[in-house]
Design a protein around this ligand. Sequence first.
Ligand SMILES: [Zn+2]
Length: 626
Amino acid sequence: MIKILEEILKDIPNKNLINDIEFEGANIVLYTKDKEFFLDDKGIVKEIVNKIKKRIELRPDPSITMDMEKAEDVIKKIIGKDAKAGNIIFDYQRAVVIIEAEKPGLVIGKYGELLKEIKKQTLWVPIIRRTPAIRSKIIENIRQVLYENNDYRKKFLNKVGERIYKKWVKEKQYEWIRVTFLGGAREVGRSCLLLQTPESKILLDCGVNVASDDNAYPILDAPEFNIQDLDAVIISHAHLDHSGCLPYLFKMGYKGPVYCTAPTRDIMSLLHLDFISVAQKEAKKALFSSTDVKEMVKHTICLDYEEVTDITPDVRITLYNAGHTLGSSMVHLHVGNGLHNILYTGDMKELSTRLLEPAAVKFPRLETCILESTYGGKDNVLPSRKECEDQLMNTIKETIERKGKVLIPVLGVGRSQEIMVILEDMIKNGKLKDVPIYIDGMVWDITAIHTTYPDFLHNKIRKNIFHNDQNPFLSDVFTRVGSHKERMEVVDGKPCVVLATSGMLVGGASVEYLKHFAENKKNSLIFVSYQGVGSLGNKIQRGDKEVKIDNDMVSVNLDISILDGFTGHADRSELMRFVQRLDPKPKKVIVDHGESSRCLDLASSLHKANRIETNAPKNLESIRVR
Ligand SMILES: [Zn+2]
């Protein structure tokens, strides 16, 4: 038997109380056939948790749980109608029942009393999931995949646990840690870092560069990388430049875990499926299929912010809010039992936005920080949010007054919801007169995911949703465009604002609108996000007046505004301040995720300002961080 399990069983007074013990990832689950012990273990499990510092859960053996049909009736009676419960799904092997509800708080009850009641009466362990306020097909599909694969999941999670704990020893120090850049060094796109210790091989992000056909994928044929040896993949956030190559790993035979937040899992699945359909439309061969996306979902382990978890014998991770998109996280890696602590920021924002709280700056320990630098150049100081919001409002007002239409290409994730919240607020407060706002492309689906995870949103929005029943995303100022016919009605219709994907004008609804809007100088095009080198958006920003869309040459006469300040990235001053505010202060900062000159510039300025070692490595460079 694995040593840690022996240690646990030693502390159970009567061995007969436990008839099975299993891993669920880093969590350890004890099963008991003893009803009394399950309902009241007299604090024994808590004592063991305190001693070995691992998460342990006590569950009933499936054989003693109440018959499922009967249990469903009992559960419905306990939670009542107001919670608006949807599916109630039993996972027999794990003795867990998943209850989906529109109002999860009403299922949980004050101090969790209803959950306790469900446990007591049915001997099932209840888990509550929020039903999205806007119906989300992707979330339904993901949940379906997980429910259908319960048995596989159970075995998979047990295997993950065995990998983590097989070599478990209370104290052990390892000698070295190195990080190799397989992508995303001195460039934006295809972020992918390989972290190695004598014991572990972990990928941080696995993205694609969607703006360019050259160097689109991470360098997976690097000598350091062998997919068979990979222990885990951690995805900082859903954007394709951080997650787009992940299903490909599964296509290549990876069967290990993926760690990320639940919104990241859901949003990236949606982006991956969209990535496939965009490739198909352009008659390109897709890098992976929906089967690979499904495999990815089956192997994903979702973590909450600040939930500490072991992922290999010598690496423990914690995800922190990055303030960049819904569920975006900075990854804190605690390596070799305290030997070294690394923070990988992914994409982050140091200031608060309407949508999200700012990035965390306080950590238990920290020696090395791997920092993004999208806006890391000396000149990349962006205007304030206030200025940008005013400019957005004025541009929309002027365009509508001259009977034009406004196109805002949005990334689908993050900026679009930020802009939606701003527009909703402007209309609600009478700053902007009733203008029809159309939402086209994936934006709507992503917004639905936002309504599923209000806990990840800015405090203010969360409070409005929970206490005032005011969900900005449900406002009737937004109209969804769902078909080609509806799209053409918008094109031929009255002055309006259109939010459409893709954000860089590479395929998708936004390009179609542009084709119709571009030649009329009454119209406006507002850029609110970063335009990757090689993208149509980038060409227009550089001033191209004739552009090729679907093999037609189109004149670009409409008014163009670039509002960089809405970005979900920290600008130059935020990046400098972020490092200054980091607590504790790191000894080394490695700069990545920026155009070459910006990476170098930021690294050199950080070195001067903080008198710490800084680095701006190239792809395929390895850095020994300890
Ligand atoms: Zn991003």
